[in-house]
Design a protein around this ligand. Structure first.
Ligand SMILES: NC(=O)C1=CN([C@@H]2O[C@H](COP(=O)(O)OP(=O)(O)OC[C@H]3O[C@@H](n4cnc5c(N)ncnc54)[C@H](OP(=O)(O)O)[C@@H]3O)[C@@H](O)[C@H]2O)C=CC1
Ligand SMILES: CC(C)(CO)C(=O)C(=O)O
Length: 313
């Protein structure tokens, strides 16, 4: 592989466009597969306003579903939302070569298995993004805060492919923590996402301050987080309870923040309910762990989703 491997981003929305820009800064050829924003990106490239400066770039190639790649990429980075009915394996199949490494930058738990099972010969690298970034127009991105990645080979280990990709992100200005245990790191990120993201939707898009400062809000977050810890423990990933206090203190230090699921809800886009919450409840059931708060939130949000579907039809 060359020092500047070829990158293909499938699903260049907020996350895909941003991390594509970082790899472009590191000197890599970066191409994108677009859907609704194809025309805008083909005509004008991707505009990114960021605290790191102007990260705007023209992708080397702009594709859409159904096109054929000029050559299979060294790294394919998948950044679509993890939603029921979206066959992520089918989405990436046409773009993969025998040596393509598949990189997932997506939220949720147990989201790698479907991809690893579909492509047993291609290495899968799993990443967690700690960032606030959003789409503000077709091909226009606003990077609000942070950007750190946690990365590891799935199901475990740190391969040379991970190391090389991590070096490139570092060269482009993004801090990467490599981990031998990426599934454990997913559990740790879910300690935040699983309580906060769905609760913000139940609370009509509430930000972090509103959630924590409402009467009973912090207690509810504590109860939800405790349940996630119990499921993680039953699944083989024990965690120190002191993490709950640290997480709440850390969240209180942030300026009031709307997470990605709250933004999806407020923009009338589907939410990643199963990836972030449903899969945790399913794993709890498998291990016989009672999760009454998580389950109530899941069922209430499923009802809301059902209503939305009825409203749209
Ligand atoms: N935004 C953030 O701050 C954070 C996001 N994350 C996670 O990152 C992941 C990506 O989120 P984000 O970037 O915000 O989501 P976006 O909705 O901004 O981007 C998703 C992109 O995937 C595209 N897409 C969907 N289906 C297809 C398809 N069939 N072919 C081509 N493109 C397709 C969408 O296109 P279209 O425009 O047509 O819908 C869109 O461009 C999620 O799992 C999210 O939870 C994690 C941390 C923070
Ligand atoms: C942790 C956080 C809030 C930002 O990285 C996130 O994952 C999200 O917005 O869904």
């Amino acid at each position: 592989m060359s020092d500047t491997p070829s990158i293909l981003i499938v699903g260049a929305g907020a996350i895909g466009s941003f991390y594509g820009a970082i790899l472009k800064r590191a000197g890599c050829p970066v191409s994108v597969v677009m859907r609704s924003e194809y025309d805008a990106v083909k005509a004008n490239g991707i505009q990114i306003e960021s605290e790191l400066g102007d990260l705007s770039y023209r992708p080397d190639q702009v594709y859409r579903d159904g096109d054929s790649p000029e050559a299979a990429p060294d790294y394919l980075i998948l950044c679509v939302k993890v939603l029921p009915g979206v066959d992520r394996a089918a989405l990436i199949r046409p773009w993969l070569g025998a040596n393509t490494r598949i990189v997932l930058i997506e939220n949720g738990l147990d989201i790698e298995r479907e991809i690893a099972d579909a492509f047993p010969q291609n290495p899968v690298i799993s990443c967690l993004a700690f960032i606030g970034v959003s789409r503000v127009g077709p091909g226009q991105i606003h990077h609000n805060s942070y950007g750190r990645l946690v990365m590891g080979q799935y199901p475990n280990g740190i391969s040379e492919d991970c190391q090389r990709l991590s070096d490139l992100f570092n060269a482009g200005g993004i801090n990467v923590k490599l981990t031998e245990e990426v599934v454990g790191e997913r559990w740790r990120k879910c300690l935040w996402n699983t309580p906060f993201n769905p609760l913000s939707v139940l609370a009509e898009g509430a930000d972090t301050d509103t959630i924590l400062d409402s009467d009973g809000g912090e207690d509810l977050i504590r109860a939800l987080t405790e349940e996630v810890i119990q499921v993680a423990e039953a699944d083989g990933y024990p965690m120190d309870r002191s993490i709950i206090d640290k997480q709440i203190a850390g969240t209180r230090k942030m300026t009031a923040y709307k997470n990605s699921m709250a933004l999806d809800y407020l923009n009338d886009r589907p939410i990643e309910l199963d990836a972030v919450l449903g899969n945790v409840v399913a794993i709890a059931r498998k291990h016989g762990v009672a999760v009454p708060h998580l389950n109530t939130m899941l069922v209430a949000l499923r009802m809301r989703e059902k209503l939305k579907v009825k409203e749209r039809s």
